[in-house]
Ligand binder design. Structure first.
Ligand SMILES: Nc1ncnc2c1ncn2[C@@H]1O[C@H](COP(=O)(O)OP(=O)(O)OP(=O)(O)O)[C@@H](O)[C@H]1O
Ligand SMILES: [Mg+2]
Length: 346
């Protein structure tokens, strides 16, 4: 396994792109999907960013939604795109883990569930992980490329399955679920003061909503936990490659440094860095007429060199690819295709 973009696309079953705002994560995610399609693979690019940039980058307008749509492209493989819909994913998860349609309905109709599935950022993270896992499991695709939002918390979704699994193992949660199975047991009775204490903190109404929700959940928590652990394993596995996208300004590189060290902290190896939006190299008369272009290029090269050295120290096996700032924005497949050419050239 090397860090060359071609190899990353050929050998991974999941690629996660991350980086700070505006560096080109979404464009690069699409370009990596296209590189894989050129290799004959069937790639789906999943954006977990609520912004609609992926649709714009590929020139698909409003057509991108939770269900993958195929992008017509001239490649032996396939390129698909999808956008995370938290509610649809959560509803689908409930429907597929419930013991009966009746149970699914009880959970889906519970007001606490509606609130939970719409409000918590932790829910969004877990549903991103769940959606990734279901596309990875989907026989239509060989590779899922994940495009993350431009925030430092973008990587929280990596840890959300473990968090959920821990939550479902918590004694209070287990007690509440067990209550739905026929009253308190001895161990349960011992927990009553704890439940009352929680009620005082979050309010008794909220608590009874949570209790009836967890009770309607009876049995499903085992499957939720099993799936959460399976996603955690997928994200940590050899088939998952992490890509940091950086652009050559002091601010963007400082943020890229943060992602590099965050991955290191999580004990996740970084496979590839894409240095994007690098000022192009000019020669001949252009240099005489526009000396600033040379200065800009040199400054960018200097910033990137320091970044490379720090990144190599933290992740010795990492590869680097470079793409220049093109004259126009990337808003159609032709633009994505040019970016793929550059990234693919190493
Ligand atoms: N190599 C490039 N040359 C020229 N423009 C580029 C290049 N890469 C990206 N862009 C442009 O930069 C802008 C940001 O790109 P993109 O949306 O891919 O970045 P992002 O990191 O996903 O942004 P966000 O942080 O908003 O999610 C877009 O207008 C895109 O067209
Ligand atoms: Mg983006």
């Amino acid at each position: 396994m090397t860090g060359r973009a071609e190899d990353v696309c050929a050998t991974s079953s999941v690629i996660v792109t991350c980086g700070t705002g505006g560096v080109g994560k979404t464009s690069c995610a699409a370009a990596l999907g296209l590189l894989a399609a050129r290799q004959g693979r069937r790639a789906v690019v999943l954006t977990i960013d609520p912004a609609r940039r992926l649709a714009d980058a590929i020139g698909l307008g409003d057509a991108v939604a939770n269900e993958p749509v195929r992008v017509p492209c001239d490649a032996p493989g396939e390129l698909w795109v999808a956008m995370l819909d938290v509610q649809a994913t959560f509803d689908g998860l409930v429907a597929s883990t419930a013991a009966s349609p009746d149970q699914a309905r009880r959970v889906l109709d519970n007001p606490f569930y509606r609130g939970l599935s719409q409000s918590l950022s932790g829910t969004r993270d877990y549903m991103a992980a769940e959606r990734l896992h279901s596309l990875w499991n989907d026989a239509r695709f060989d590779l899922v490329v994940v495009d993350t939002p431009p925030t430092r918390s973008a990587l929280d979704f990596l840890e959300s399955p473990e968090r959920l699994a821990r939550f479902l193992q918590h004694p209070v949660v287990r007690l509440l679920v067990a209550q739905g199975r026929g009253g308190l047991r001895i161990a349960g009775a011992a927990m009553q003061p704890v439940v009352k204490a929680i009620g005082r903190v979050i309010g008794n109404d909220a608590l009874s909503g949570a209790v009836s929700f967890l009770q309607s959940f009876d049995g499903m928590e085992t499957e939720f936990r099993r799936r959460a652990l399976a996603v955690a394993e997928l994200l940590r596995g050899d088939g998952t490659a992490f890509v940091v996208v950086a652009s050559p300004s002091a601010d963007a590189v400082a943020e890229a440094d943060w992602f590099v060290s965050e991955l290191r902290r999580m004990n996740i190896a970084l496979r590839l860095v894409v240095e994007n939006r690098v000022p192009p190299e000019f020669g001949g008369r252009v240099v005489d007429v526009f000396p600033d272009l040379v200065i800009e290029r040199e400054a960018a090269t200097g910033v990137l060199e320091g970044f490379r050295n720090r990144t190599l120290a933290a992740h010795p096996g990492v590869g680097f690819a470079r793409a220049t700032e093109s004259a126009s924005d990337i808003h159609d497949l032709a633009g994505v295709s040019r970016l793929a050419d550059e990234i693919g050239n190493g």
